[in-house]
Design a protein around this ligand. Structure first.
Ligand SMILES: C[S@@+](CC[C@H](N)C(=O)[O-])C[C@H]1O[C@@H](n2cnc3c(N)ncnc32)[C@H](O)[C@@H]1O
Length: 349
């Protein structure tokens, strides 16, 4: 571990020196590193870029930070240099544990660093920071809790939707208050998250994000900066929860309706919405939805504002309280033999 124990950059305010980030050659030697494709491993080894990502999170001094997938620890070092109070890193790949342990040891007198070897999708963030008190959601300030990560692309969209759900229910990281996110996404996904009405990238992810948060695409990083180089460039996005979300309808209902609205991008939005309803009564209920919502059923989904999407959600929510039998309906569910032929015909017409 000669290279890792070499001392390089100082922690500015504490005078503590961090073990330097291993070079690419070190990575190969020390960890017999072959990037594992299933874990979406593309490492960022340029300190200026890792510092820039952490700066995008704003002030984290004395705050609580969770880093997703630290890998060899480039972003981790940038976080530590900003002197958070408590850092938790969650990494699935056991090969990175020794270098994380070394960082935890060096920083131990000045801050708390916990290492979790495991899957971020299973990790309970509400238990991560026992010393962090709850912060009032409605006062102007954000909670001193930040989720930061150069995300594994294979799970980034799923993770974001899970986190938006937690944000809406004020569970997980949002049990502490208005926690913020600073994350990387493949360029196209980053553009979709912030896409405004009428844009080519407008999709379910845009509307879902914009209902509960203010997402910002802060800057792009060329794919060339990563090792190994991914096929695409990468966007750094910050996501700050809105003090007042744009709806009070339950996340699961909103997600279901928005998914249907955007399920057939090139067709009239009426078509996707109609699939929310069982064939018996589909026409009538779809007509009623658009009437209640005062939205043009012949608009395409990308032509709808967040407000129009939410009016459709609210109309569906109201109708499903009047007709409880439609709540569990899923037009993609396997069809019962015999009924299937008829139902498929209805959908295709
Ligand atoms: C894109 S790499 C980023 C590594 C490092 N942060 C960097 O910027 O160089 C993604 C990291 O997430 C880890 N990872 C992948 N899936 C994970 C999961 N489900 N839970 C936790 N970590 C995961 C990978 O092992 C890898 O270290």
């Amino acid at each position: 571990m000669a290279t890792v124990t070499k001392i390089s950059k100082a922690l500015t305010s504490t005078g503590v020196r961090l073990p330097p980030l291993p070079t690419i050659r070190d990575l190969v030697k020390l960890y017999q590193l072959r990037a594992i494709k299933q874990l979406s491993q593309n490492f960022l080894m340029d300190e200026r870029l890792t510092d820039k990502i952490v700066r995008a999170a704003g002030n984290i001094r004395d705050h609580y930070v969770l880093e997703v997938g630290p890998g060899p620890g480039g972003i981790t070092r940038s976080i530590i240099r900003q002197n958070p109070r408590h850092l938790v890193v969650v990494e699935k790949d056991r090969r990175f544990m020794p270098s994380m342990e070394m960082l935890a040891e060096v920083t131990q007198p000045f801050m708390r660093m916990d290492i979790v070897q495991g899957d971020i999708l299973d990790y309970r963030i509400e238990k991560a920071f026992p010393d962090c008190s709850q912060h009032d959601w409605m006062d102007g300030k954000r909670a001193p809790v930040h989720l930061i990560g150069n995300l594994p692309f294979a799970i980034s969209t799923r993770l974001l939707i899970n986190w938006l759900r937690d944000m809406s229910l004020r569970t997980g990281a949002w049990s502490y208050g208005r926690a913020s996110l600073t994350l990387t996404f493949q360029k196209e996904v980053a553009e979709r998250i912030v896409a405004p009405i009428l844009s080519d990238q407008r999709c379910r992810l845009s509307v879902m994000n914009q209902i509960w948060s203010k997402p910002d695409l802060r800057f792009m990083i060329s794919g060339r900066a990563f090792v190994p180089k991914p096929e695409v460039d990468v966007g750094v996005v910050t996501i700050v929860p809105l003090r007042t979300p744009l709806t009070e309808v339950h996340f699961d209902t909103v997600e279901k309706v928005i998914r249907n609205i955007f399920s057939m991008r090139q067709k009239y939005c009426r078509r996707g919405v109609s699939n929310l309803y069982p064939p018996d009564g589909r026409e009538e209920l779809t007509g009623e939805t658009f009437k209640k919502a005062t939205v043009d059923p012949l608009a395409r989904s990308f032509q709808l504002s967040v407000d129009e999407c939410l009016r459709i959600v609210e109309a569906y929510d109201e109708l499903s309280r009047q007709h409880p039998e439609i709540v569990g309906y899923d037009f993609r569910a396997p069809k019962i033999k015999g009924a299937g032929a008829r139902e498929n015909r209805d959908v295709d017409q």
